[in-house]
Design a protein around this ligand. Structure first.
Ligand SMILES: [Mg+2]
Length: 258
């Protein structure tokens, strides 16, 4: 098996020793934006929670469950984005981590089951447009619904999945080419996530950070996936810094639920 060349792997451009893959919703942000619009503009929290449980316990595909949630929202896309800008907040430790990662040549790659225009708008709002532009985002998309003219009309938009997998966006496909690099070229890979959209990525990296109190932890324990927990990015920052400085290795860091 040949290895992918750096031109096919954008995060290798600066020859990093470490790459930080991360979920967006509920990980970089304190709330999940898709949950928020489903709960407040769509069919509400109870059916949404039930669908999340179904995915977590393998009774439903993320792909179908997530589409059902988003299809319950008829508000125009621009209105959804405005509501989210007012209600979604950045993880309190992310800005400092983001600045430190830049100084230390550690690319941050966002792997999201969410929709690119929503993520871009929120990041630009929370980090500033120029800073937001420096982040690579790999996510799902949005398109105008059949019979409608524009995403910004009532019932006008729908999610478009990135791939044909049951995840809609199988995050492992983005990580695996890096994981499969020959040992002397392969950076250490991190992943941070919180929920059902992260199940496809959970087993792929050298160290998984799972958000305290959220669904991903139960999955990791059920599936015996090594992980460590975080409350916010200041925890991640401290651990990653220790690893980068050689004070801790990834195996020692995967202590499970604290
Ligand atoms: Mg999430």
């Amino acid at each position: 098996m040949g290895s992918a060349s750096p031109t096919e792997l954008p995060a290798l451009k600066t020859n990093p020793k470490f790459i930080f893959f991360t979920d967006f919703d509920g990980t970089i942000t304190e709330q999940d934006s898709n949950d928020y619009i489903t709960d407040n503009l769509g069919f509400g929290q109870a059916p949404r929670r039930k669908l999340n449980e179904d995915v977590l316990y393998g009774r439903a595909d993320f792909r179908d469950a997530f589409r059902e949630m988003l299809d319950s929202i008829t508000a125009p896309l621009d209105q959804c984005i405005e509501v989210l800008k007012k209600n979604i907040t950045l993880d309190p430790g992310f800005k400092a981590f983001f600045a430190w990662a830049k100084e230390n040549n550690m690319p941050i790659v966002i792997l999201s089951g969410g929709m690119e225009p929503v993520i871009r708008a929120l990041l630009a709002h929370m980090l500033g447009p120029e800073e937001a532009d420096t982040l690579q985002i790999v996510s799902n998309h949005v398109a105008t619904r059949e019979g409608k003219k524009d995403v910004n009309e009532v019932g006008g938009w729908q999610i478009v999945y990135r791939d044909e997998s049951g995840f809609g966006h199988d995050k492992s496909r983005e990580i695996r080419p890096y994981a499969n690099l020959p040992a002397d070229e392969r950076p250490v890979l991190f992943y941070a996530g919180d929920g059902v959209s992260d199940l496809s990525a959970a087993k792929e990296t050298d160290l998984l950070f799972a958000k305290a109190g959220r669904d991903l932890i139960r999955y990791c324990e059920n599936e015996s996936v090594p992980f460590t927990t975080f409350n916010d990015f200041s925890d991640i920052h401290a651990t990653v810094k220790d690893i980068v400085e050689g004070k801790l290795n990834v195996k020692e860091a995967a202590v499970g639920r604290k």
